[in-house]
Design a protein around this ligand. Structure first.
Ligand SMILES: [Zn+2]
Length: 334
């Protein structure tokens, strides 16, 4: 099986030592990725975007990989500022305040008029808005509750491309077909696990993430649009590394680390569900190219149906399915 120019449309590469430890895990097998801006402090100026991109380029060494940079959304961004930074960024990421790792400076409330200057400028400049769509309600209901905010934004800014990041519910899947300007990324872990896998038996810290994995019917809804490569969905791993001690702790950090095994797991998932390689190719790259108007650098990843034992850690970061044998291996990247 060959995959061309895989793209990860939602990736956390972190910074400093963690960036050095995990960057090549994505850069080796993916052609490019949308890089999340939730560093401390968040990436919110041109100088910070340029400097962060340079640190990523340094960390990936000789790998042929494009970091598509994002900015941390602030309602105070005006058109002059966005014009000045347009060429450095691919999208802008909006976090509700305090909802996940390093999102304290995010948006409070979603008053359309308050957001209008920044979102209209983004719309005019064709800058997509990526959204972490969760309210601060009950943990299982946060994403479904946020759908009304997606609807409000999609209606108020009809020319703005809005990407519902890492969707986990049937409600978000349903919203896709109701609004022309709503798109979505889906992770591999939300296609494979439900809350039962996280907390149904002994607690599994390496499967704990935000948004938390949901119900079987939610997973089924996600599988339906992913396996059929619905043209408005794209793969985004939301691979979010934390050091082992921050996961295996009293007070476990949210995030699942999947980047180095994502393509192998997708190959297995699509094959076991009798979904074609063409559908997988669209989900892993083609749809994203169209939605974002990207031309990725060429890369071919050759996979074989050959058991691969997932390492117990990658430079101190424990991946999903550590020490478990999965069905596909990457045999060549060219
Ligand atoms: Zn994320």
């Amino acid at each position: 099986m060959q995959l061309n120019a895989p793209l990860d449309m939602h990736l956390h590469l972190r910074d400093a030592e963690m960036l050095e430890n995990i960057a090549t895990g994505s850069a080796h097998t993916f052609s490019g990725a949308i890089i999340m801006p939730n560093l401390v402090p968040p990436v919110s100026t041109k100088a910070e975007v340029v400097a962060y991109k340079a640190r990523i380029i340094k960390a990936i060494g000789n790998e042929n990989f494009t970091p598509y940079m994002t900015l941390f959304f602030k309602p105070s961004y005006d058109k002059a500022f966005l014009e000045s930074i347009r060429d450095e960024i691919t999208a802008i990421k909006l976090y509700p305040a305090g909802i996940t790792t390093n999102s304290e400076g995010g948006v409070n409330g979603f008053d359309v008029e308050e957001l209008r200057p920044a979102l209209e400028a983004m719309s005019d400049l064709s800058i997509p808005l990526c959204v972490h769509g969760e309210t601060n309600g009950f943990v299982m209901d946060r994403e479904a509750e946020f759908v009304s905010i997606y609807e409000r934004l999609a209606t108020a800014f009809p020319k703005l491309k809005i990407i519902m990041e890492h969707i986990t519910t049937k409600e978000s899947v349903e919203a896709l077909d109701k609004y022309e300007n709503l798109y979505a990324t889906i992770t591999i872990h939300h296609l494979l696990i439900t809350l039962d896998d996280v907390a149904g038996g002994m607690l599994q810290p390496h499967l704990f993430c935000k948004p938390i994995a949901k119900r079987p019917e939610d997973k089924e809804a996600l599988l339906k649009v992913a396996l059929s490569a619905h043209p408005k969905v794209m793969f985004g791993s939301d691979s979010a590394p934390h050091p082992k001690h921050a996961k295996e702790a009293c007070g476990c950090a949210a995030g699942v680390f999947t980047a180095p095994i994502a393509l192998q797991l997708l190959a297995e998932l699509f094959e076991s569900n009798n979904a074609s390689i063409e559908k997988l190719q669209a989900f892993i790259s083609g749809n994203a190219q169209k939605i974002y108007n990207l031309i990725p650098s060429p890369k071919t990843v050759v996979l074989e149906k050959k058991p691969f034992k997932v390492p117990s850690d990658y430079n101190g970061v424990v991946p999903m399915f550590a020490d478990i044998e999965i069905a596909y291996s990457i045999v060549e990247v060219k």
